[in-house]
Design a protein around this ligand. Structure first.
Ligand SMILES: Cc1cc2nc3c(=O)[nH]c(=O)nc-3n(C[C@H](O)[C@H](O)[C@H](O)COP(=O)(O)OP(=O)(O)OC[C@H]3O[C@@H](n4cnc5c(N)ncnc54)[C@H](O)[C@@H]3O)c2cc1C
Length: 541
């Protein structure tokens, strides 16, 4: 029996993904005796880097593009800069077209505006105007809100309504992102790349589900300063840095421990029971960073839950698409034919490949909604080893393709194995139309990794939902699942809570402040608070 399971703790955290490790690090540093527990042998959850093709090629099977991590409050508070390096690519988004043109968005406004002007002078002027507003809104509203417990809707709207910037932002959140992009931009290629930039994974499926965007994610289309970064050496290095911090702060980690039950005694959460029958006690709290259905239905049981919570669980929605991943070891990084038009397309962090028209993008949307394998192949990709050479052997390269897919697509009688092989070939064939060097000869090794695989490894990614909850208007901001639960001493601290799934660390960070306050523990850091940040808008308006 691993020793960590023989002791009692102040707090037990279920899940050693980044949310669990951030929460654990803050509370261990605050002097609490903390156990982080995970059913897998490893840790990091969606921060996973493996040599799945050939030795020396490090492939990030889950998350790759991380949001502005080195500037997050938790990265700074936890001193992660000493242990983990983030690379900020100069060119963030690239989209090549079959007509030989390419549109590239970088960090530099003038360069980006000039690139857009090659497609439409009017769209370039629109982008410049919206960028000015978006940079200010991001710094003064989006970022403080991302790392704070959401304010109740009426209070948020009342404060925001006091200033022009706040009113501008509120008006944007009430718009459907697709409508807004279509209204603002005339050029089809510009529209497509803006939609790709708003969405997390090259699909606007999720955004179109809601008629509004209360979180304001549509603003992401326009800001250039706070975009994606790449974790040097592979995403797992962030998990490594967090685990080192957690252990150095006195925390304990128990791997290979599948939590089957959360113990409720005297109406309070008092510990956890493992699938093998062992149990571990928590004197002060239990926090779950996994999905809501496993936490409440499986680990507690509906008979112990209030009706309100059962109704909330019944209404909880998961993202209705999954990712088909293809990871490649290459001799050469992909080179676009359109590099003749704009050479920087070759080194943009995120490529949108395969959809040249809005109709093509819409067709993938419709196919996935109907449970079909998309007819028109279109995917997100990126030249990872070109930006970070440590991810491949010297002179060699890695890349990946993520294609949106239904969880259980209609395979038309094909076996799963032949579907995987055929679809991987279809991706390469499409890629080669844009990048002539993407031939079979360039490919040293390939590895297909789909929702079937990642839901087996990360059982919390229920229904193949990489975010553990849809980003729809009914589930974001003031409508998020909630950190406190109706069961005393039990907290939610992961992706179902604001600011939601993806590697932002927000939910673990916010829950740390809230749990520390509830327990009367000294907060050694200054937790973010959206209220004064929004109230201060008036000073700068
Ligand atoms: C293919 C793919 C690509 C992605 N790309 C990106 C990207 O580029 N950028 C981005 O920001 N995000 C991306 N994501 C999403 C991102 O990985 C997740 O949002 C993130 O990992 C969530 O972090 P978390 O800490 O909430 O949960 P997780 O990282 O999922 O960690 C939860 C942990 O809980 C453990 N667990 C589950 N059930 C139990 C149990 N019963 N008992 C004990 N332990 C349990 C799991 O083993 C896991 O380690 C991607 C995800 C996938 C699958």
């Amino acid at each position: 029996m691993p020793k960590p399971l023989e002791r009692h703790y102040d707090g037990i955290i279920i899940g050693a993904g980044h949310h669990g490790l951030i929460l654990g690090s803050y509370l261990a540093k605050a002097g609490l005796n903390i156990l982080v527990i995970d059913r897998r042998l490893t840790y990091g959850g969606g921060l996973a880097t493996h040599e799945v093709t050939e030795p020396g090629f490090y492939h990030n099977l889950h998350s790759i593009n991380h949001f502005h991590i080195s500037e997050t409050p938790w990265f700074k508070d936890l001193g992660l800069d000493d242990k983990v390096t983030y690379i900020t690519p100069r060119y963030e988004f690239g989209q090549a077209h079959r007509d030989g043109t390419a549109l590239v968005l970088g960090r530099d406004l003038e360069e980006t505006v000039a690139n857009i002007a090659r497609f439409s002078a009017r769209d370039a002027a629109t982008f410049r105007d919206w960028n000015r507003r978006a940079e200010a809104i991001t710094a003064r509203i989006l970022l403080p809100e991302r790392f704070s417990e959401p304010l109740p809707q009426h209070e948020r709207e009342e404060i925001l309504s006091r200033t022009a910037m706040g009113r501008d932002f509120l008006a944007t959140t009430r718009r459907q992102p697709l409508d807004l992009v279509e209204e603002l931009f005339e050029n089809e290629h510009v529209r497509l790349l803006m939609l790709f930039k708003i969405s997390l994974f090259g699909t606007w499926l999720t955004d179109t589900l809601s008629k509004t965007s209360p979180m304001g994610s549509v603003i992401r289309a326009f800001d250039l300063q706070t975009g994606y970064q790449l974790c040097q050496g592979g995403s797992f290095n962030l998990a490594r840095g967090l685990m080192e911090t957690f252990i150095a702060s006195g925390g304990s980690f128990a791997p290979q421990a599948h939590v089957a039950r959360i113990l409720i005694e005297g109406g309070r959460a008092t510990g956890i029971a493992l699938a093998d029958g062992r149990s571990v006690r928590a004197r002060q709290f239990v926090a779950s960073t996994i999905d809501v259905h496993q936490t409440f239905e499986t680990m507690i049981g509906r008979d112990q839950l209030p009706d309100d919570l059962c109704r909330k669980l019944d209404g909880f929605r998961y993202t209705p698409w999954t990712l088909f991943g293809l990871h490649l070891a290459l001799n050469e990084s992909p080179r676009f034919a359109a590099a003749g038009f704009d050479p920087n397309v070759d080194r943009a962090l995120k490529w949108s490949i395969g959809a040249d028209t809005m109709a093509e993008l819409a067709s993938a949307h419709q196919d996935v909604q109907a449970g079909r394998v998309p007819k028109i192949v279109q995917f997100g990709a990126g030249p990872l080893s070109l930006i970070d050479p440590t991810q491949a052997p010297p002179g060699k390269h890695t890349t990946y393709a993520w294609h949106v897919m239904p969880l259980d697509p209609d395979l038309g009688g094909r076996s799963e194995a032949s579907f995987r092989a055929e679809f991987a070939d279809a991706i390469i064939e499409t890629w080669a139309r844009y990048c002539p060097n993407m031939t079979k000869r360039n490919i040293i090794g390939s590895y297909v990794y789909t929702a079937r695989d990642y839901t087996r490894e990360l059982i919390n990614m229920r229904d193949g939902d990489i975010f553990m909850g849809a980003f729809n208007a009914e589930q974001v901001m003031y409508n998020h699942f909630g950190y406190r639960t109706p069961i005393p001493n039990l907290y939610m601290a992961g992706s179902p809570c604001h600011p939601g799934g993806a590697i932002s660390g927000g939910a673990g960070y916010i829950a740390a402040g809230l749990i520390a306050r509830d327990l009367g523990v000294n907060t050694w850091w200054q937790p973010c608070d959206a209220r004064p940040a929004l109230e201060a808008l008036a000073d700068g308006a």
